[in-house]
Design a protein around this ligand. Structure first.
Ligand code: ATP
Ligand code: MG
Length: 332
């Protein structure tokens, strides 16, 4: 997929606006910061990739936005969706938003699907609960959605239980469920890593295609730069709970500014051919504890570091088109 949609999507209004979101967890030794003052917008119809190595805070960002932060976690900042503040809302109020106008796809379909319920009941429940449809109406909408995610013989198969579907088909059911209520925003957390590469590519492309058709904004969290290259309009690069760089697909892939982004791209083979590229390691280790020091989290591994990087976290500075970099040495 080309990078064209970035330009097409940019005039659209933001459906979700995240400002200075931080997430901390309480451990026996005290609070640790997992996500540190992250800000970004998600615009109607665009697909944004959130990339970063394990532990960089990708999942926690999505989980907090969905109100699914662990019991020992706390979250500050602001996330405005359709004029409503999402962070720290009572679960009852969030329930009305979750599953109807905001939806999430998890890595393992069995996290979302109930193994003891027929797929038909699970899909229609979403529609009867959130949209007040009758059972019969809901069933027709659900069958149509299964057909859109290309499940053969949807009318018969909708009566089956999740375990009666193959892994790939279960992922399709999950995508159907997530898109049933035509959400404004869809979060996908490494949605296909459990599947083989060909099935992964088909499923993700299907998800992005349907989301674009419905003008749903999508945030995909992934380790896989190949996925980003094929599907995303914009990219957010996270490291140690901070945004290091963000920009359009072309800006990030062909004109990366941050040393971490450069390292990420350099260590991924044949990226220009848009093949699957798992993130390879950059020399050195991430810091064990995040956020408890004043400097840039990437400083210990950065070839370009200067004294200031250890003392002071650079601000994320950029233009009004969403291109931004947080680096004392290599800015926009
Ligand atoms: N309940 C918790 N208590 C303490 N620390 C937590 C908790 N949940 C997450 N963390 C920490 O928060 C940080 C960010 O985790 P997160 O799951 O967002 O990483 P990620 O970028 O999604 O990684 P991966 O690619 O491995 O899924 C990690 O250091 C993780 O250990
Ligand atoms: Mg994760």
């Amino acid at each position: 997929m080309s990078a064209e949609p970035a330009a097409a999507a940019s005039p659209n209004r933001p459906v979700l606006s995240v400002q200075d979101m931080s997430i901390q967890f309480k451990l026996p030794q005290g609070w640790i910061t997992a996500v540190d003052r992250v800000s970004f917008d998600l615009r109607q119809g665009e697909v944004v990739g959130i990339v970063g190595e394990s532990g960089s805070g990708k999942s926690q960002i999505l989980l907090s936005l969905m109100g699914l932060l662990a019991g020992n976690g706390r979250c500050s900042g602001s996330a405005v969706f359709e004029g409503q503040q999402l962070l720290n809302r009572p679960p009852k109020e969030l329930d009305a938003i979750r599953g109807s106008t905001m939806s999430m796809i998890f890595q393992d379909p069995m996290t979302s699907l109930n193994p003891y319920m027929r797929v038909s009941d699970q899909l229609t429940e979403v529609l009867t609960a959130h949209q007040g449809k009758s059972k019969a109406e809901a069933l027709e909408v659900a069958i149509e959605m299964l057909e859109r995610v290309r499940i053969p013989e949807a009318r018969r198969r909708i009566r089956l239980y999740p375990h009666e579907f193959s892994g790939g088909m279960r992922q399709r059911v999950m995508i159907a469920m997530a898109l049933l209520c035509r959400p404004e925003v869809l979060f996908a957390d490494e949605p296909t890593t459990a599947l083989d590469v060909t099935v992964q590519a088909q499923i993700l492309e299907l998800m992005a295609e349907l989301a674009r058709d419905m003008r749903t904004a999508v945030a995909i969290v992934t380790h896989d730069l190949g996925v980003i290259a094929r599907l995303c309009d914009r990219v957010i690069v996270l490291y140690g709970g901070r945004i290091m760089e963000q920009g359009s697909l072309d800006e990030i892939f062909y004109d990366p500014k941050h040393p971490y982004t450069k390292g990420l791209l350099a260590s991924t083979p044949r990226l220009d051919e848009k093949v699957h590229g798992e993130l390879r390691t950059i020399p050195g280790q991430p810091r064990a504890a995040m956020g408890d020091f004043p400097g840039c989290p990437f400083e210990p591994r950065c070839a370009l570091r200067i004294d200031r990087c250890r003392a002071e976290m650079p601000a994320l500075l950029g233009d009004d088109k969403g291109r931004a970099v947080a680096c004392h040495v290599s800015g926009v």
